[in-house]
Design a protein around this ligand. Structure first.
Ligand SMILES: Nc1nc2c(c(=O)[nH]1)N[C@H]1C(S)=C(S)[C@@H](COP(=O)(O)O)O[C@H]1N2
Ligand SMILES: [Mo]
Length: 329
């Protein structure tokens, strides 16, 4: 996303504010380890403490069986885990691509519950532990295309959000699903900035949410999600621009009205509700016809042609039959 200029009243938090939070969080653990006599090791790790949220190989294992959903995995070369976990958009932790990996360590992912609300027969607060067990985990290698013009290929781990939706039984009047993400100004330094309204809200039409490709995602590369990628659970909608894939979900609400989504509220001329990847419909300020694959971005690397519905047209094209995709961008 391109952000507005700084004369909109946006102010950076002081670096000291952010640091002091991180130090505070680690202090209890430090005390505990010191009490256990591991002072030397602790001080060594303290001294070399990397500010990054989570790097490859540091997460708990989370392996999924190969997906049986048609078209759910591309054979393209994977983006490197280190790129997928250090080049991120997660504005709650800063606007630069490197900010989330640096700042998201303050996010507390346990305990975690997701509220199910609105036009649904089984509303309630669902604990992460229960959501993890709700259906079999699958690995799906999805192409991801960001609206800003870059793409990645990521092996996600999760299950179709349709599995959860079926369990909670939407009422007949439910036409849309709203996905609300965490907005905790104590742990997310940029919540409160004026770039977006917080919390970050996304939404799908019911049939889009029920499509088997729409993944409720708990992991990537065989590990639990790094915080900067939206731990402990997020959505991944591979045929839409990346911003439709809300991170760190806390609420799923069933509604009869099209949700007011964060980017479509912030810049309605630029970002629509549908935001399907579409090389034929330009962003008002740039073309969407081509993309840069992260990891191939040497000086002479060729751009790739962006594919209709990000290459998932055989699976999802039918959802939009007869719709004017220039109007419903
Ligand atoms: N809560 C929240 N979710 C978010 C965002 C965000 O700023 N906040 N950014 C979106 C955008 S613009 C993209 S491209 C993807 C990036 O996901 P990744 O960092 O895992 O590749 O997350 C999306 N989900
Ligand atoms: Mo994005």
């Amino acid at each position: 996303m391109l952000i507005k200029t700084r004369d909109d009243g946006y102010t950076h938090p002081q670096p000291s504010e952010i640091t002091s939070q991180a130090v505070y969080q680690d202090r209890r653990q430090l005390m505990r380890l010191m009490a256990g006599g591991a002072a030397g090791a602790v001080l060594a790790s303290w001294a070399t403490r990397d500010a990054r949220a989570q790097m490859p190989g540091q997460g708990a294992k989370l392996v999924g069986r190969k997906s049986t959903v048609s078209g759910a995995s591309t054979m393209e070369k994977l983006t490197e885990f280190k790129d997928a976990s250090s080049y991120n958009n997660f504005y709650e932790f800063g606007m630069d691509k490197s900010d989330p990996a640096r700042n998201a360590h303050t996010l507390k992912t346990a305990p975690w519950t997701v509220a199910i609300e609105g036009l649904v027969k089984k509303p309630g607060n669902y604990a992460l532990e229960d959501l993890l067990k709700l259906s079999a985990m699958e690995e799906r290698i999805y192409r991801m295309r960001c609206v800003e013009g870059w793409s990645m290929v990521i092996p996600w781990v999760g299950y179709s959000v349709a599995e959860l939706i079926k369990k909670v039984e939407p009422q007949p009047g439910a036409k849309y699903v709203e996905f609300v993400t965490l907005a905790d100004s104590k742990t997310m330094p940029y919540v409160g900035s004026r770039v977006l309204n917080w919390p970050y809200v996304e939404g799908l039409r019911m049939d889009e949410a029920m499509h088997p490709l729409t993944l409720l995602t708990f992991g990537m590369y065989g590990e639990v999600l790094p915080k900067q990628n939206g731990a402990p659970l997020r959505l991944v909608v591979p045929w839409k621009y990346g911003f439709k894939s809300g991170k760190s979900l806390v609420k799923i609400r069933f509604t009869d009205k099209q949700p007011a989504t964060a980017w479509s509220v912030a810049a309605p001329q630029e970002y629509g509700f549908y935001s399907n990847v579409n090389p034929l419909v330009d962003h008002p300020r740039w073309s969407q016809a081509a993309e840069r694959r992260i990891g191939e971005d040497g000086l002479f690397a060729k751009k790739r042609k962006t594919l209709m519905f990000n290459g998932y047209e055989p699976q999802v094209g039918q959802l939009y039959a007869g719709m004017d995709l220039k109007k419903y961008y």
